[in-house]
Design a binder for this molecule. Sequence first.
Ligand code: NAD
Length: 293
Amino acid sequence: MKLGFIGLGIMGKPMVRNLLKAGHDVVVYDVIQENVDNIVEAGAIAASSSKEVARQCRIVITMLPNSPHVKAVVCGKEGVLEGAGEGDILIDMSSIAPGASQEISRSCAGKGVKMIDAPVSGGEPKAIDGTISIMVGGDKAVFVQVYDILMAMGGSAVYCGDIGAGNTTKLANQIIVALNIAAVSEAFMLSTKAGVDPSKVFDAIKGGLAGSTVMNAKIPMITGRNFKPGFKIDLHIKDLKNALETGHEVGAYLPLTSSVMEMLQNLHCDGMGQEDHSAIAKHYEKITGTEIK
Ligand code: NAD
């Protein structure tokens, strides 16, 4: 099938590679030419704008940083809705505010375009393996129709409810990941300060109740002093901002989220916004003057 794909960053590139591997023709666009060139080398076809992608493809996937980017790419000048027609499908896989998904979906409906929100979890390694977890909101019939396309990129695709439900699920995911990295940083700082080798602590506890996918992924990065993203601090700030705003709108209470949000903001102010979110450990290191290694 011919598919459109807009947003060829850390996640978008490997996701397109997996669609190509599954036998799809993929028409791509990104504002960064280097990202386009990289994926054209792998067999994708370049288009000159988001509108042009939508003109050529009946199903378009977007993988962009945040709500304003998706609004601009879908509803803006030279955007998807200028090139799309009645019955076309938009799969937005970016992590954005659930309210923004609902707003963009209303604009899509005005042109007869059906939209689902389908953000992902798992990060770059799982995007490369084609095993990301996909959480979906929108019309269930559309979810069923595109299920095989989603599964060409993911290890699971779960229908969560109406439009925006995918992104609400993703916000829950992002709270758990951020708080887990902070908990791991705090615990390993304790062991380092107390003179117990962090690698021994990791080996001893990873199989117990404290073990987690987050700890398995991030402790080797922290102790190996590798903070190359991965998932950038600035993107996690974006997610927790969306979580706090959405939480306040619906009457939730998120005290731990706001604490970790300020740790991320502290790192951003220190010029570390483009580092991996495992750099939350550096917040603890700065305060204690001690490296976890
Ligand atoms: P990224 O910053 O690496 O990539 C975003 C891409 O979008 C860039 O190539 C950028 O040039 C492109 N873009 C921005 N504005 C555009 C426009 N107007 N038109 C066309 N292209 C445009 O980000 P990423 O890490 O790939 O993340 C993408 C989304 O996936 C984000 O919402 C992020 O929160 C989410 N996500 C990321 C990870 C991860 O580990 N990186 C994991 C799960 C979910």
